[in-house]
Design a protein around this ligand. Structure first.
Ligand code: FUB
Length: 368
């Protein structure tokens, strides 16, 4: 059973216990019946903060950008490939990408068709996971994680003259790239950085020695008192096709400057990172994975360290939590996904809602 389900059950148990203490024994049975009835009714009228942007196919992991005055969304395209669910994420067996665009938040959503197919990636094997995009000097870049022919996740890049694609993949993955979930941030001075990585199915734990080790997983995920595995960051070359410099750790520290630990599941990095800049500060946001929160940490430069601040989105329906944050016409928005349409972990739907920065530099908590 997943932690969110356990948390929901614990809350129901708490409610029933409180009711039992407040009523006499005779009255209790009736109240319990009512509580049960209420739980059923609550289940039926489950409310969501926002509605899926697309309802005729499944989309997830939305990376949103403003290009040419519109919002472009680069999501994963979820499909049911009939693969049994496991901790390696084999059931996320996506094969292509569709790019979406909107003229305004709440406006019509355009599906631009297939932008890239795994079969057209010369080095590619299986599982096209969460992508991102960037623009520089007249070219759009699509960054994507895909397992290579040895079943090792690498990050590829494909280019197009249009933000909607279609995109053409380079012959090889980005040299020195590994793991999943690329998120490319361009700073005010034009320098771009790629944040990437994800543990468990994202294979980050297999790279702790500096090279790939299929069996290097267990100790790095289970020694609770070790600093948690970090997301990675690398500066992009001017042509946006390579890393320009070493891959570094994105270290998240607590208020005392100590790195978050492996056992700190509610706060440590799991996958799905994003970077946005607000009032001169760098906001590193990410999913805590198995505890299903979106958390944020603030730093003074793109490399960090970043000081953990708290969570800004409660768990969504579904196991995975993946987001992006973008400013559009003076307001900030978060794009995210849940499983409202299917109720199934691997068949998700993207959504958007407003994100609010608070006067003290925090982010208001969103209850999806
Ligand atoms: O969509 C597959 C994986 O699920 C992504 O790469 C993760 O971020 C999680 O959303």
């Amino acid at each position: 059973m997943k932690n969110t389900e356990i948390r929901k059950m614990t809350n129901s148990v708490k409610t029933i216990t409180a009711v039992a203490l407040l009523c006499g024994v005779a009255a209790c049975k009736k109240t319990e019946e009512k509580t049960e009835e209420k739980t059923t009714v609550e289940k039926e009228v489950k409310k969501y903060l926002s509605e899926p942007l697309v309802k005729d196919f499944y989309t997830a992991d939305p990376s949103a950008h403003v290009f040419e005055g519109k919002i472009y969304i680069y999501p994963s395209h979820d499909i049911d490939a009939g693969v049994t669910e496991n901790d390696n994420g084999d059931h996320f067996a996506m094969k292509d990408y569709h790019i979406l665009s909107m003229d305004s938040i709440g406006g019509a959503v355009t599906d631009h068709g297939v932008a890239l197919d795994a079969k057209d990636v010369p080095w590619g094997g299986r599982q096209l996971w969460a992508p991102d995009a960037a623009y520089k000097n007249g070219t759009y870049y699509l960054y994507f994680p895909l397992k290579d022919k040895e079943d090792i996740f690498r990050i590829g890049v494909a280019t197009s003259k249009s933000p909607a694609g279609p995109f053409k993949a380079e012959k090889e993955p980005i040299a020195g790239s590994f793991s999943i979930d690329p998120a490319v941030f361009t700073d005010d001075n034009g320098d771009s950085y790629m944040y990437f990585g994800g543990i468990w199915g994202g294979q980050l734990q297999r790279w702790t020695s500096g090279s790939y080790d299929k069996n290097g997983s267990k100790t790095d995920l289970e020694d609770n008192n070790k600093p948690a595995l970090s997301c990675k960051v690398a500066k992009m070359s001017k042509d946006m096709l390579k890393f320009d410099g070493p891959v570094k750790d994105v270290v998240i520290v607590d208020k005392d400057g100590k790195p978050l630990l492996t056992g700190d599941h509610d706060r440590r990095f799991f996958e799905g990172s994003w970077m946005h800049k607000f009032n001169g500060k760098y906001y590193f946001t990410y999913s805590t994975g198995d505890t299903h929160f979106l958390a944020y940490a603030i730093g003074d430069n793109p490399y960090g360290p970043f000081t953990y601040q708290g969570t800004f989105m409660d768990p969504v329906q579904g196991w995975t939590t993946h987001h992006s944050i973008v400013e559009f016409k003076g307001k900030w928005y978060i794009f995210y996904h849940d499983t409202q349409l299917s109720g199934k972990t691997h068949l998700r739907n993207v959504k958007v809602t407003e994100l609010k920065h608070t006067a003290d530099g925090g982010i208001e908590l969103i209850k999806p």
